[in-house]
Design a protein around this ligand. Structure first.
Ligand SMILES: Nc1nc2c(ncn2[C@@H]2O[C@H](COP(=O)(O)OP(=O)(O)OP(=O)(O)O)[C@@H](O)[C@H]2O)c(=O)[nH]1
Ligand SMILES: [Mg+2]
Ligand SMILES: [Zn+2]
Length: 362
């Protein structure tokens, strides 16, 4: 077994799941990119191979369970000229989901088995705190850890940068924030700490913030297409597909296209963590089902009045709640009822967690 090659692609945590299948006739492989139904994979004896899910997988799995970038799968070699066949998707350690508007059966997995998501923003552009909250909520849901990367610091002066960092720190309690410049190389030592051998990171964030420029810098070659931003400093969707690369130093990185819409899924846990500051306060509201909309004895409103937290945080939570509720209703009325039950459980969950989980205490 050429385990050292596989381990350089991050196989170690999956080897037990693979060997317990007891299928020595199949080989483990990792999905590098998806080109329509065909996937490019890497296996110990094959640096690059095309593969397709077996008919059984295609017919028995929901779309979000089918192999995607970052997945570990089992393969049998195809007949001469044909693509190799994928038989299993090994259980994912993490998955970042993008919710399809109103259609749960079309939810998409953006990337599988990522250890750390780098949420890239750009220092010269107003990083909408609401958008950052949304991304963070989805990352917390994924099971992976978030890091915020503020790129293009070469374009702003010290005080503008300090203001941008403070604003981000306020919406992302406890999340590391790393200011960098992909052009000048500033901050690259701090970022390098996340590029560890066998460790998979993925870059997410709006088009034009410089995700592919960072990847090219790490790869030491211009592998990814980079396009100038337009007059309003918006990206032009230079990257069109997700792709996993092995870096010269041993780290693994997935570049993703900037996403226009970033939905949320199963926020029961992610929401509570992204809004840990509000969750901790909510435990002290007088009413158990307090919505923090001016109810008497609301600890969240009191903290806002006292200037301890930004009212935008509470408004951000309310906005997410409304969007989720609307998405649920678009699906169908039976699900909307279920959604209400979920919200009740979530609110109870936030209260229970903030009582027992010391992380959520201030
Ligand atoms: N000044 C400056 N420009 C940068 C920096 N990093 C990236 N850029 C520029 O920003 C533009 C967009 O960069 P990309 O790397 O294509 O952005 P992206 O996030 O990959 O965009 P999508 O692939 O569309 O999601 C390019 O013109 C880059 O040269 C930086 O640190 N400083
Ligand atoms: Mg790109
Ligand atoms: Zn309240």
């Amino acid at each position: 077994m050429e385990h050292s090659i596989l381990d350089s692609w991050g196989f170690a945590p999956f080897s037990l799941a693979f060997s317990s299948l007891a299928r020595p006739d199949l080989m483990p492989a990792r999905v590098l990119s998806a080109l329509g139904p065909r996937l490019e994979v890497v296996a110990a004896a094959h640096p690059s191979l095309f593969a397709q899910p077996s008919g059984r997988l295609r017919h028995t799995m929901a779309p979000h369970q089918l192999p995607t970038v970052g997945d570990w799968v089992t393969l049998s070699p195809g007949d001469a000229g044909a693509a190799a066949v994928i038989h299993h998707v090994l259980p994912r350690r993490t998955q970042l989901l993008r919710r399809a508007a109103g259609r749960r059966d079309q939810d998409q997995v953006v990337a599988a088995n990522v250890d750390t998501f780098l949420l890239v923003t750009s220092a010269n552009r107003d990083a909408s705190p609401r958008r950052v909250e949304r991304y963070l909520t989805a990352v917390w849901d994924s099971g992976a850890a978030p890091v915020i990367v503020v790129n293009k610091i070469d374009l702003v002066d010290g005080s503008a940068l300090a203001a941008a960092l403070a604003e981000l720190a306020a919406v992302a309690p406890g999340v590391p924030i790393v200011p960098v410049s992909a052009h000048s190389g500033a901050g690259s030592a701090e970022l390098a700490a996340y590029l560890r051998p066998g460790h998979t990171i993925a870059l997410i964030g709006s088009s034009g913030v410089g995700k592919s420029t960072l990847v090219n810098r790490w790869l030491g070659r211009d592998h990814q297409t980079v396009l100038p931003t337009d007059d309003n400093d918006r990206g032009r969707h230079a990257t069109t597909r997700r792709e996993l690369f092995a870096l010269p130093g041993g780290g693994l990185v997935i570049d993703t296209p900037g996403m226009r819409i970033f939905g949320l899924l199963d926020t029961d846990t992610g929401l509570a963590e992204a809004f840990a500051d509000i969750a901790a306060l909510a435990a002290r509201c007088r009413f158990r089902d307090c919505q923090h909309r001016g109810e008497p004895g609301c600890a969240v409103d009191a903290a806002i009045d006292a200037g301890e937290i930004d009212p935008g945080r509470r408004d951000g939570l309310h906005k997410l709640e409304r969007e989720l509720a609307a998405a649920e209703r678009r699906r169908d009325p039976a699900l909307a009822r279920e959604a209400r039950e979920r919200w009740k459980a979530l609110h109870k969950g936030i209260r229970a967690r903030s009582k027992i989980d010391p992380k959520l205490r201030r």
